[in-house]
Design a protein around this ligand. Structure first.
Ligand SMILES: Nc1ncnc2c1ncn2[C@@H]1O[C@H](COP(=O)(O)OP(=O)(O)O)[C@@H](O)[C@H]1O
Ligand SMILES: [Mg+2]
Length: 376
C-alpha cells in the first residue's frame, strides 16, 4: 500500500533579499522563491532607518566619522538587517527549514571604484543576521568583483537579464534609487546585455529637498513642479565629466551630494530654491535619457523609488520620446521590490556556486561567484 502523505504542503525553497540603497531611507526585505525560472514574492517588509542613524550614515558617506563610528554603525545596522529579515520571515509563515539563505547587500557608506586603492564599503554585520535568524547569510557581494578588476557595481543588471530579458523586444531597465542605473537587454543576444550607473537618480533632489524643507524627499515631485528649469545651471551641471565618462562606471553619494549642488550654485547665485529642485529633476531625467542606447525602438521599464516621483516620470517620458515607458510591474515585478528580489537571487547564485556579476557591466576580468557565506 502506498504511503499517504499527511502533509500536502509543497515545500518551496525560498530566499530572503535585504537591500538598502544610496537613498539611505531604510531596509527593504523580500522573501522570494524561484521555481522553474518564475519569481514569486511571498512576503515584503520595509524597515525605515531611525533619523539619528540616517544622519550618521550621511556623515560617513561624506568621509566624516571615526573608526569607532564605523564600527558602531556596522553593529547597529547588523541588528536592523537581522530584524528586517526576522520580520519578513515571521510575516510569511514559511518555516525556517524552507529558507535556504539570506542575501544582504548591507548599506554602502563609501564607494570608490577607481584608482589604485579601490574599495566599496558596505556596513551591516552579516554575523548578526545569521546569529539572529539561524539562516545561512550571504553578504559582501561587491568586493570579489572588485578584486577581479571590476567596479563591484552595478550588480542588479545580472538579475535584470535573468528575469526581464526578452527574445522579441529590446528592453532597457532603469532603476531609479539614490543613484540611477540602466541595463540594456538586446533581444537578439542576451550575452550583449550591458549596464552602468548614469549618475543621480533621487540623490540630489533628496539632498536639496531635505536641506531646504526638512523633508527627505519631494512627494511625487510636487515641489519641483512649481519651479522652472534654470537652463544655465542645468547646462553647467551637465558638463560634469561623469556623464560622458566611458563604461564601466559606477558612482554614489560621495560624489553626487549637497556639496556638489552647492559648488554648482556658487557659479549661479540667485537661483530660487524651487527652481534648483526643478533643475535637479531635469538633470536626472536628461542624464538618464542621454545615456540610453541609441536604439530607434524598444521599451523602457522603470523600477526603484523614483517611479513614485510623477514629475520625474513625466519629464523622463518627454526626454526620450522614441521609447514606450512602463514600470517593471508590466513585467510582473513590483518596481519597489526589484532590488531586494535581486539580492535574494544573488544569494541563490552564490549558494549554487553560480556567478553573480556581468563582467561587461562591472569591468571584472571574468564571471565570479560573489559574496561571503556566514553559516547559521
Ligand atoms: N512618493 C514619492 N514621491 C517622490 N519620490 C519618492 C516617493 N517614494 C519614494 N521616492 C524616492 O525614492 C527614494 C527611495 O528609493 P529606493 O528605490 O529605496 O532607493 P535606494 O535603492 O537608493 O534606497 C526616496 O529617497 C525618494 O527620493
Ligand atoms: Mg531604499
Amino acid at each position: 500500500m502506498p504511503a499517504v502523505a499527511t502533509d500536502m504542503t509543497t515545500h518551496i525553497k525560498t530566499y530572503v533579499g535585504l537591500m538598502s540603497g544610496t537613498s539611505m531611507d531604510g531596509i527593504d526585505a523580500a522573501l522570494v522563491s524561484f521555481v522553474q525560472g518564475a519569481l514569486t514574492l511571498h512576503a515584503l517588509r520595509t524597515l525605515p532607518y531611525p533619523p539619528d542613524l540616517r544622519a550618521r550614515l550621511e556623515r560617513l558617506s561624506q568621509n566624516q566619522g571615526t573608526p569607532d563610528e564605523i564600527g558602531e554603525v556596522d553593529h547597529q545596522l547588523g541588528h536592523l538587517f537581522g530584524e528586517a529579515a526576522s520580520q519578513v520571515i515571521e510575516s510569511s509563515g514559511i518555516p525556517l527549514t524552507d529558507i535556504v539563505a539570506i542575501g544582504s547587500h548591507g548599506q554602502t557608506v563609501r564607494h570608490q571604484p577607481k584608482g589604485i586603492s579601490r574599495f566599496s564599503m558596505q556596513l551591516g554585520d552579516p554575523n548578526m543576521i545569521a546569529e539572529r535568524t539561524g539562516i545561512t547569510t550571504i553578504a559582501d557581494f561587491r568586493r570579489r568583483d572588485m578584486a577581479a578588476g571590476g567596479e563591484g557595481a552595478p550588480l542588479v543588471p545580472a538579475f535584470h537579464r535573468a528575469f526581464f530579458g526578452s527574445l522579441t523586444e529590446d528592453r532597457c531597465i532603469i532603476n531609479i534609487g539614490g543613484i540611477a542605473n540602466i541595463t540594456w537587454l538586446p533581444h537578439k543576444d542576451p550575452e550583449q546585455a550591458s549596464g552602468f550607473d548614469t549618475g543621480p537618480g533621487n540623490a540630489l533632489m533628496d539632498a536639496w529637498c531635505h536641506d531646504q524643507t526638512g523633508r527627505h524627499f519631494d512627494e511625487e515631485g510636487r515641489w519641483a513642479s512649481k519651479g522652472q528649469v534654470d537652463e544655465a545651471l542645468l547646462a553647467d551641471m551637465l558638463t560634469d565629466g561623469y556623464f560622458t565618462a566611458p563604461v564601466p562606471k559606477s558612482t554614489g553619494k560621495e560624489k553626487f551630494n549637497l556639496s556638489w549642488i552647492r559648488t554648482m550654485l556658487a557659479r549661479h547665485p540667485g537661483t530660487s530654491a524651487v527652481d534648483v529642485q526643478r533643475t535637479l529633476l531635469e538633470l536626472s531625467a536628461q542624464t538618464i535619457a542621454q545615456q540610453l542606447p541609441t536604439a530607434s525602438e524598444g521599451k523602457l521599464y522603470i523600477c526603484g523609488g523614483g517611479v513614485n516621483n510623477l514629475a520625474l516620470m513625466d519629464t523622463l517620458a518627454a526626454a526620450c520620446p522614441q521609447y514606450d515607458i512602463e514600470s517593471t510591474q508590466a513585467l510582473g515585478l513590483d518596481p519597489q521590490w526589484v532590488e531586494a528580489a535581486a539580492f535574494a537571487w544573488l544569494a541563490k547564485q552564490t549558494v549554487e556556486a553560480s556567478s553573480g556579476n556581468l563582467p561587461k557591466v562591472t569591468g571584472a576580468r571574468g564571471k565570479r561567484i560573489l559574496g561571503a557565506l556566514y553559516q547559521p
